[in-house]
Design a protein around this ligand. Structure first.
Ligand SMILES: C[S@@+](CC[C@H](N)C(=O)[O-])C[C@H]1O[C@@H](n2cnc3c(N)ncnc32)[C@H](O)[C@@H]1O
Length: 294
């Protein structure tokens, strides 16, 4: 099977789930189905509830996992509603995986608007029924609010200047494409590409994506619900891709540990090894944290 998205640290995920006595897993962010594929292949008789908020991801995962037939059940929605939609305690779920952000498949589809290196509409919604697109944000939000988004969710140093530039530009015509936004970022940062330097638009696109998809909202509240919703011995693996998200997960896990509701399975986060980085450089920002319910 040729997966269009490389599942990050899948060996480590399997090692963590290995000890699980019962074998129902929840893949909260199934994407192209890579992690689920490995889980279903590694554990005979295991079943997976596969969730994603993006219809296209669910359709792709359905195709990639069809060999496993009824061992996979698909659910379109946000994992933040997992415990409201599924009684994980009653179902004896033994492992939950969260691998959020976006997949390579979503990134490479220019019409989704996630990539600053492809020309496409300023969309960036994972849930296409979601209300706000990036274009709506950029063309209607006040300068101060735009600056706040770039700074808070992208830690973008020139946030104020970019917001000002956007306001000037949109006076004459609304911003419509990812390339227009990238060029504005290049202009205000006086960008000159050099080997090893990450394009400054990456931070701006990240900021907009996080804001539009409410990526950081509800993570803390969701983590708090784990002890009440998983049986003792149930395990949770959370992979993060940027420091804002990782900080929330790290602190949430520590709070649960201090309350003696969980045990951390790793005192420090896991990172992709050298071999994985050689195959998938995009995984370089990933951190893996794991816990077990006490
Ligand atoms: C990094 S990819 C996951 C890749 C997957 N593990 C694989 O092996 O193919 C992230 C996926 O999570 C989905 N996603 C992000 N946030 C989500 C949320 N709150 N609820 C459900 N799905 C989410 C995205 O739509 C995307 O398909």
């Amino acid at each position: 099977m040729n997966f269009p998205h490389y599942p990050v640290m899948s060996k480590e995920v399997l090692e963590i789930f290995q000890g699980s006595a019962k074998k129902l897993f929840v893949d909260c962010t199934v994407g192209a189905g890579g992690h689920s594929y490995h889980i279903l292949g590694a554990f005979a008789g295991a079943r997976v509830i596969a969730i994603d908020q993006d219809e296209e991801s669910i359709a792709l995962a359905r195709e990639n996992l069809k060999a496993f037939g009824r061992r996979v059940r698909f659910h379109l929605g946000s994992f933040s509603d997992l415990f409201e939609n599924f009684d994980c305690r009653k179902l004896a779920v033994s492992g939950i995986l969260v691998d959020p952000g976006i997949s390579t498949v979503q990134l490479k589809k220019s019409q989704r608007g996630f990539s600053h290196s492809l020309d496409g509409p300023l969309d960036m919604r994972k849930d296409r029924h979601g209300s706000l697109t990036a274009a709506e944000v950029l063309n209607t939000f006040p300068e101060k609010k735009l600056a706040d988004i770039f700074s808070r969710y992208g830690e973008f140093a020139a946030a104020g200047r970019l917001a000002k530039k956007i306001i000037e530009k949109r006076l004459f015509a609304p911003l419509q494409s990812t390339v227009q936004l990238r060029l504005l970022v290049e202009e205000i940062t006086r960008w000159r590409p050099r080997p090893g330097l990450v394009h400054p638009a990456a931070k701006v696109f990240q900021a907009l994506r996080i804001f539009i998809n409410h990526e950081l909202e509800g993570i803390e509240a969701w983590l708090e619900k784990i002890p009440a919703n998983l049986r003792a011995g149930g395990r949770v693996v959370f992979i993060t891709y940027h420091s804002l998200e990782d900080r929330l997960v790290k602190r949430g896990f520590q709070r649960l540990q201090r309350a003696q509701q969980v045990q951390l399975l790793r005192p420090f986060p896991g990172f992709p090894g050298r071999e994985e980085l050689l195959q998938n450089l995009a995984s370089r920002s990933a951190k893996l944290r794991a816990l077990e319910v006490a």
